[in-house]
Design a binder for this molecule. Structure first.
Ligand code: CTP
Length: 405
């Protein structure tokens, strides 16, 4: 489909790891999707695959050396930085990630990236233990704060012989993300700031124990991805889950209801839509012990206190924002969902009966009913969580349209 990203300018920065061979496929696929691609290879990347391969695939000369100025009329690294609509660093080694996190500019790639104002996406690829190293994690988190987006590596067989997380994301997937990115402008939530909360919260009892629930975050993550694909600028505020951070959005990891409250409230004023998919704990332990509590003979009681109801607080504060809440029920779905719509001052409640087969926590599918402020409800049949997410975004798109009428 040649029209997909026609004429979009993508600067692909390739750093030295075995996954460089996949960057060649990525170059080809981006070109096939219609993009104009220019490539910078680091010195070590050029040891894995020759610049000639990238030159042939991109049909542009390839840059490797900051001082090899091919055109006297321009300074290459500034020119390339200004030229790009999107910059991909794939594969990104731990070394390049570290240099970028510290603002270094010691080769053509790091120098160009420091001068760039276009969005920068980083697709790391390395050994699983390297990826897990606190220094790498810290550098990734620093770069995320600077606004770099990460395309998390996937799990599988690594060239070093290990099986684990560290494989460069597949070129097809990266191309899909680029296509979505460039198609954003026309999406139904184009330019809107959307907060999505997902997953459970954990309320500590002592350093090794907590109160939580069975939410896996699948529904919330699917909604965040659909909102992103509809053109929204998404912040995903996630409780502890096993899911990969979806690319193309800011992901804020929290643990407790209180942390989620702070993360949501601090971003609420600037937001246009908040979708509260998270299964937030309603109670937490009144006393959190700093040491592991030892068992005693006989029964024990944990005294609980209420957490803040985030959605309720947002309902009190909302000005222009569209608020969507969730209701996971086991009985009297209609009655409870309508009550939540009112008490929380939400614009829509997405309710499901978690005891129904195919609905609720952990499943790939869901069966939901939308409860809206006009008193109408709409029940959807069993469908994948992605489809449900897409229908939710469609509903929100309609609400946005109605607001601007
Ligand atoms: N919610 C929240 N903050 C809380 C608890 C819930 O924002 N402390 C949000 C959830 O994200 C969800 C909705 O409120 O969107 C769920 O409504 P709620 O009435 O709290 O449901 P339950 O937690 O299931 O509580 P109840 O026992 O009243 O059914």
């Amino acid at each position: 489909m040649l029209w997909m990203i026609d004429n979009k300018k993508i600067l692909l920065c390739v750093t030295g790891g075995i996954a460089v061979y996949k960057a060649a496929a990525l170059t080809s696929k981006l070109v096939q999707a219609g993009a104009e691609v220019k490539v910078i290879l680091s010195e070590s990347a050029a040891k894995f695959v020759s610049p000639l391969t990238f030159q042939a695939l991109s049909r542009h000369e390839v840059f490797t050396d900051t001082f090899d100025e091919k055109n006297a009329a321009v300074i290459a690294h500034i020119d390339l930085a200004d030229w790009a609509d999107l910059i991909l660093v794939a594969p990104a080694t731990a070394n390049t990630i570290a240099k970028l996190a510290h603002g270094m500019a010691d080769n053509m790639i790091t120098t160009t990236l420091l001068a760039a104002t276009a969005p920068i996406w980083i697709a790391p690829a390395m050994n699983v233990h390297m990826y897990d190293h606190p220094a790498v994690k810290k550098n990734i988190s620093t770069l995320s704060e600077y606004g770099y987006q990460f395309i998390e590596p996937s799990e599988g067989y690594l060239a070093c012989g290990y099986v684990g997380k560290g494989r460069l994301e597949e070129p097809d997937k990266i191309v899909d993300l680029a296509v979505n990115f460039f198609q954003k402008g026309s999406g139904e939530l184009a330019g809107m700031k959307v907060i999505v909360t997902a997953g459970p919260t954990r309320e500590k009892i002592d350093p090794v124990r907590f109160i939580s629930n069975s939410s896996t975050g699948k529904m919330g993550y699917a909604i965040a991805e659909q909102a992103r694909d509809a053109g929204a600028q998404v912040v995903l505020i996630s409780g502890p889950v096993e899911l990969k951070a979806p690319p193309g959005m800011e992901v804020v990891r929290v643990e407790s209801a209180e942390e989620m409250y702070d993360a949501v409230l601090s971003r609420f004023e600037q937001s246009d839509v908040v979708i509260k998919t998270a299964a937030v704990a309603d109670y937490r332990a009144k006393t959190v012990y700093s040491h592991k509590v030892k068992k005693q003979p006989g029964d024990s009681v944990i005294e609980l206190e209420r957490t803040k109801d985030i959605l309720f607080e947002l309902g009190q504060r909302k000005t222009k924002q569209i608020l969507v809440g969730f209701a996971a029920e086991t009985n009297n779905l209609d009655e409870y969902a309508r009550k939540k719509l009112q008490t929380k001052n939400a614009d829509m409640i997405v309710a499901n009966n978690v005891q129904q087969e195919g609905a609720g926590f952990g499943t790939e599918t869901n069966i939901v009913t939308f409860f809206k402020r006009d008193g109408k409800n709409e029940s959807l049949p069993l469908m994948s969580k992605q489809k449900v997410a897409s229908r939710i975004i469609e509903q929100i798109g309609k609400m946005v349209k109605d607001m601007v009428k």
